[in-house]
Design a protein around this ligand. Sequence first.
Ligand SMILES: C[S@@+](CC[C@H](N)C(=O)[O-])C[C@H]1O[C@@H](n2cnc3c(N)ncnc32)[C@H](O)[C@@H]1O
Length: 258
Amino acid sequence: MNLVYFIGAGPGDADLLTLKGARLLRQCRTVFAPTPFEVTFAEHLVAKKVLIPFDYFFTELLELLDQELRHGEVAFLVPGDLTFYSPFQALIDALGTRAAVVPGVGTANAASAWLKKTLDLPGVCNRALIVSPRTLGDAADAPTLAQLAAPGVAMLIYMNNIPLPQLCGQLRQGYGGAVPIAILHRLGLPGETVVTGDLDDIVAKVGDRDFFNLDGPVKRPALTLIIVGETLTATVDGSWWDWRREHLWRFRENGEGE
Ligand SMILES: C[S@@+](CC[C@H](N)C(=O)[O-])C[C@H]1O[C@@H](n2cnc3c(N)ncnc32)[C@H](O)[C@@H]1O
């Protein structure tokens, strides 16, 4: 039976495709590639039928998939991967056993690598929250960003639609101070830009750049991820390593512990 593979394609740079993703993509005859993946993955798409998934309504897409599957395997290039804020869940559910999902490099992973920072630094950030003001807005009783922000929280904000000055005001309320913030725009894509600062100076650093698509007529989510939290500027010394070496890791050498 031919399958539809939902391949985690990463933030946009084709070099971040996994080996498994690349192998499965090679064997697919038809590829649905959301913009700009039809461009950045061009060398993986030579001689394939390339379609844009968002050109179709849902039922049309299911009919088209039925047809395409008769001729060969099909791939969807999933931006980042399925884990967070992926639009493909309904398709995967409708396809049932004809769908297979391949993990990829999420934007959060690419951002952490760009910043060279782990997002849950012991003693600094003890939890990470993944949020979007767009989906928080779906429920009247959902917590606000000001309620979710707190010292020790690393917050990853996808699809921001709040003007930066207001956003920083809400976050400042929750954090109680000017914690570090990073704005990562078009990671792994042409025009990649990262601006770092804190909740007090980031607005001036960004200036009039519209990283969130808020100035144009169509307020589509922009390819911009925000990360906030003390971990962005914290550093740890080797005592962290040695404590774990002494209390946790060395037991492994004797076959003990997990
Ligand atoms: C619909 S969500 C898709 C997230 C995706 N499933 C993932 O795993 O990263 C789209 C949002 O992800 C973030 N995003 C996706 N690609 C990005 C990129 N190349 N650079 C920065 N942020 C990106 C932005 O916040 C954007 O609005």
